[in-house]
Design a binder for this molecule. Structure first.
Ligand code: ADP
Length: 181
């Protein structure tokens, strides 16, 4: 089963994505985790993307495709995936569709913006992530609105989108997602 988690920063994509992947028995593929691992390992790609990560900008498509696409295609071939953070724009979704490896189900985790900000600021206290600061959080939320939100209509038009209210307790949200799937 090919599932994609879609939601703003702070919507709980990561947490829920891991749970859904464990339940379905497919890998959880988080583009942000893959990118941060490159930075930690101080690879050439890591050096190219660290500025984008720190400032909350999107990493250029070519770099994302080089790093993430092979992992996604291998998983699709092997039986499925839960995607988290990729695709992040309509252009990235089109690229994935060209490989006939797009999601069969897209779960949109909807959370009111004030709660997103609160969750991200709470996470900032413990995450150590360089992009969990108030200014960068605001920029990441803006970028979600301009670049990623159009994916909602894109996947709705394909008939694969399901919206789940994600402003509830973690277990409640997981239950709702599994019911939707
Ligand atoms: P969040 O969605 O909570 O902001 P992620 O871990 O998904 O966190 O992403 C962190 C950062 O990684 C983004 O701000 C962006 O710089 C980069 N990134 C992750 N996925 C992509 C992608 N598909 N395309 C471009 N940049 C990405």
């Amino acid at each position: 089963m090919r599932v994609m988690m879609l939601g703003a920063p702070g919507s709980g994509k990561g947490t829920q994505g891991e749970r859904v992947a464990a339940h379905v028995g497919v890998p959880h593929i988080a583009s942000g985790d893959l990118l941060r691992a490159e930075v930690r390992a101080q690879t050439e790609l890591g050096r190219q993307v660290v500025g984008c990560l720190d400032s909350g900008r999107l990493v250029p498509d070519e770099l994302v495709f080089d790093l993430v696409l092979p992992v996604v295609l291998a998983a699709a071939e092997a039986g499925g995936y839960v995607l988290d953070g990729f695709p992040r724009s309509v252009a990235q979704a089109v690229k994935l569709a060209e490989h006939a490896a797009g999601p069969e189900r897209v779960i949109f985790l909807s959370v009111p913006e004030p709660l997103l900000v609160r969750r991200l600021l709470e996470r900032a206290a413990v995450s150590g992530r360089s992009d969990d600061t108030r200014t960068v959080i605001t920029d990441r939320l803006r970028l979600f609105e301009s670049e990623t939100r159009p994916l909602i209509d894109h996947y709705r038009a394909e008939g694969v989108l399901q919206e789940v209210a994600a402003d509830l307790a973690v277990d409640e949200v997981t239950k709702a997602i599994l019911a939707a799937l």
